[in-house]
Design a protein around this ligand. Structure first.
Ligand code: MGD
Ligand code: MGD
Ligand code: SF4
Ligand code: MO
Length: 652
């Protein structure tokens, strides 16, 4: 019999940030979890990953105790011993090699804001080694920060005002179910849906028009459409004049570009380009929804900026039902209040080059590595090199729920509480403009502890100078203080479990004032366009390999129970014939970074010479797709370029 009902939010790094209703029985066990009907975005439904939370939380595979690897075997240890070993190691490496021999690698395993205590601890520890840059959305974030001052997303409700909805390099049918539901609702009410994606995704399945550019062809496509708009004098003169900088140069530059060359470069016929341009200008308002997939390439920043330019020229910025929607940077106030941070000269390594960077960091070498909220051996580019580099570090600690491939390579694992066992604030800059409050709903699983407890304890044992000692509850207060100052209704947050961030707006930039230095939108410069458009696009290997996100897993997390003996690779019917492979054929994929085995799935979603795989596969299923991915970085934003990957395919 369900007894207690509480409201929590899903902390997975997903656009939707669902509000959950959680039921706990007399023994304190969670028995039921469902989508909150009262939350304006969740609207009472959640995805399979959300529904699996109870199963994962009580999974026998969950880490129960701190463990240490000794002579290659895992041995249970007490928390006291774990803290003893960690503080001894910290002091010893610190004395022998300096604080920069100690590194923190953390990423996106949870949207819990209190989890950032990891960073806080390291800030007070000393000048250490940290990672910077993005595996996720960095190029586009940097792009919109240049263009608008910061990325902002139109509200969920405002989508219904769009006459045209353009979903560009985004696959919400798999990655954002609530956005997808809203798009379907808008379509039922009469909006036209255009999907721009090299793959025939499930999202493209509902489109009125599916434009299929070559991967990496978005800048050429946007420039081609912009050229048409300029030459036909269709652009929004009033908006351009009043609110933007940089038009004059663009106007002349776009005119000089050759239409046929642009069309060839993006792989989209001129008629289709014209149709896109006409629709954006004549079937307004048009909202563009730019995905994170399309900016994971060398010119990812330029691609997003060129789409922003197109949205501006067509007059779709700052109007109801419009927007060049990418991310929603409204939660920057969720940071600690009243702390005097020490000035730091950390050694900063690029996240996208984790393997190389760790190997090259020799003065001093990294001797001790904390890994938290992440699975870099699976998720980071060029994962073969990441494995080598991580193995080269003397002492590695992983804070986890499960024995992932990364945890398995470490010397100590610490069991972390599940979100339903801890207090936290949940918010994400990717879309949802609400702030959510989580209360502990159930007792902890075995000996799991939260990051807040672990790092506070370590700071105490080390007597870290200046580290602010607080009880977990008062961390939340410090975290919320700046938002309260900013107008957030804290009573509503604690009462309902969520509250809209006052920074979140239905129609960003409606008043014509941008967050840039001079308040005007900055149109992309012609030099950036020229560099991107003149890039040599010769493929290193025959097949382009896109590695995309899967509906039923958040990255590697839900591959925990995956049964397939090998990862699946999707190939077009015509390429399958060329390579003499059938459904289920075992193949080897290879390139200069590495090789892996996979099983073939023939799929008409693929274009000729474009393969796709889902990211997230574990070693037990044949290993990470990132053994093949490129560890260079995008033009801006230090973004990993997973989708630059090309490979050969060979039947085994
Ligand atoms: N179920 C589920 N949901 C998730 C996630 C998950 O792992 N699983 N991850 C979350 C996270 S962290 C993120 S970052 C987001 C990602 O969300 P999305 O951006 O929606 O997802 P991706 O799969 O990265 O890529 C989207 C699309 O980009 C297309 N694409 C690739 N290259 C190009 C290109 O050059 N041009 C164009 N036009 N399209 C291209 C791919 O074919 C793919 O269909 O999803 C979030 N939501
Ligand atoms: N080839 C390819 N690779 C990609 C991508 C791609 O599109 N293609 N996408 C990239 C993107 S967009 C992203 S965001 C990254 C994601 O990269 P990661 O963040 O490394 O990915 P996850 O697999 O989600 O790993 C998170 C881990 O954190 C653990 N975890 C969950 N909650 C907590 C917690 O509260 N505390 C602690 N300590 N741990 C917790 C989970 O069990 C899980 O093992 O992957 C990137 N990798
Ligand atoms: S993974 Fe995303 S869609 Fe699923 S419950 Fe969590 S926030 Fe909602
Ligand atoms: Mo991401």
């Amino acid at each position: 019999m369900p007894l207690r009902k509480q409201i929590c939010a899903c902390p997975l790094d997903c656009f939707d940030v669902c509000s959950l209703v959680v039921w706990t029985d007399e023994e304190g066990k969670i028995t039921k979890l469902e989508g909150n009907k009262d939350h304006p975005i969740t609207k009472g439904f959640i995805c399979d990953k959300g529904r699996q939370h109870i199963e994962r939380m009580y999974s026998p595979k969950r880490l129960k105790y701190p463990m240490r690897k000794l002579d290659g075997r895992w041995k249970r240890i007490s928390w006291e011993d774990a803290f003893g070993v960690i503080t001894d190691k910290l002091k010893s490496y610190w004395d022998r090699y300096g604080t920069k021999s100690i590194a923190l690698y953390n990423y996106s395993g949870s949207n819990g804001k209190l989890k950032n205590i990891e960073n806080l601890f390291f800030d007070f520890l000393g000048d250490t080694t940290r990672f910077k840059g993005s595996l996720c959305c960095g190029a586009g974030f940097a792009a919109q920060s240049l263009d608008f001052g910061c990325p902002r997303y139109h509200s969920f409700e405002d989508l219904l005002n769009s006459k045209t909805i353009v979903i560009w390099g985004k696959n919400p049918a798999e990655t954002s179910l609530h956005l997808f539901a809203a798009v379907k609702r808008a379509k039922a009410l009469g909006s036209a849906v255009i999907v721009i994606d090299p793959l025939a995704t499930e999202t493209a399945g509902i489109a009125d028009r599916h434009v299929r550019p070559l991967a990496g062809g978005d800048c050429a496509l946007a420039c081609a459409a912009a050229k048409y708009i300029i030459e036909k004098q269709l652009y929004d003169k009033a908006f351009i004049e009043k609110h933007t900088d940089g038009f004059e140069a663009l106007y002349h530059y776009l005119k000089t570009l050759d239409a046929a060359a642009l069309s060839q470069r993006c792989g989209v016929g001129w008629n289709e380009i014209v149709e896109l341009a006409e629709t954006l200008c004549n079937s307004k308002p048009a909202s563009i929804h730019i995905g994170f997939g399309l900016q994971r390439c060398l010119f990812g920043g330029t691609a997003v900026r060129s789409i922003d330019m197109l949205a501006a020229l067509s007059g779709n910025i700052g109007i109801p039902g419009g927007g060049s929607n990418y991310a929603n940077a409204v939660h920057e106030h969720l940071v600690w209040h009243g702390l005097n941070f020490p000035e730091r000269q950390n050694r900063v390594l690029p996240r996208a080059k984790m393997g190389k960077a760790l190997k090259e960091a020799t003065d001093p070498p990294v001797k001790m590595l904390f890994i938290s909220r992440s699975n870099p051996l699976i998720q980071n580019p060029n994962s073969g090199e990441v494995l080598d580099a991580v193995n080269g570090v003397e002492f590695k600690i992983c804070l986890e729920h499960f024995m992932t491939d990364t945890a398995e390579q470490c010397d100590m694992v610490l069991p972390i509480t599940y979100f339903l066992e801890e207090e936290d604030i949940i918010a994400s800059d990717s879309w949802n403009g609400y702030i959510h409050y989580n209360v502990p709903c159930a007792p902890r699983y075995h000996e799991a502890r939260s990051e807040a407890e672990i790092y506070t304890k370590l700071a105490d044992l080390l007597q870290l100078p200046g580290f602010p000692m607080r009880a977990p509850g008062s961390w939340i207060e410090a975290l919320l203080h700046p938002s309260v100052e900013n107008g957030m209704d804290i009573e509503a947050l604690f009462r309902d479990g969520f509250v809209r961030n006052p920074q979140d707006q239905d129609i960003p930039w409606q008043e014509g004032h941008f967050a840039t230095e001079n308040g005007r939108m900055k149109l992309i410069d012609t030099a950036s366009l020229e560099t991107c458009l003149s890039e040599d696009r010769i493929k290193k290997e025959k097949y382009k390999l896109l590695t995309i996100h899967k509906k039923n897993s958040l990255h590697s997390q839900h591959f925990l129970n995956e049964a397939s003996p090998l990862p699946l690779v999707y190939i077009s019917p015509s390429d399958a014939a060329v390579e003499s492979v059938q459904d289920g054929s075992k193949v080897k994929l290879s390139n200069a970074f590495g090789e892996m085995e996979a099983l073939v799935c023939i799929s008409s979603s693929c274009q000729r010479e474009v393969l796709f795989m889902y990211e997230g596969w574990w070693k037990k299923n044949g290993g990470s797709v990132n053994r093949l991915t490129d560890d260079r970085m995008s033009d801006i934003g230090m973004q990993a370029v997973f989708n630059e990957c090309t490979c050969r395919i060979e039947r085994l």
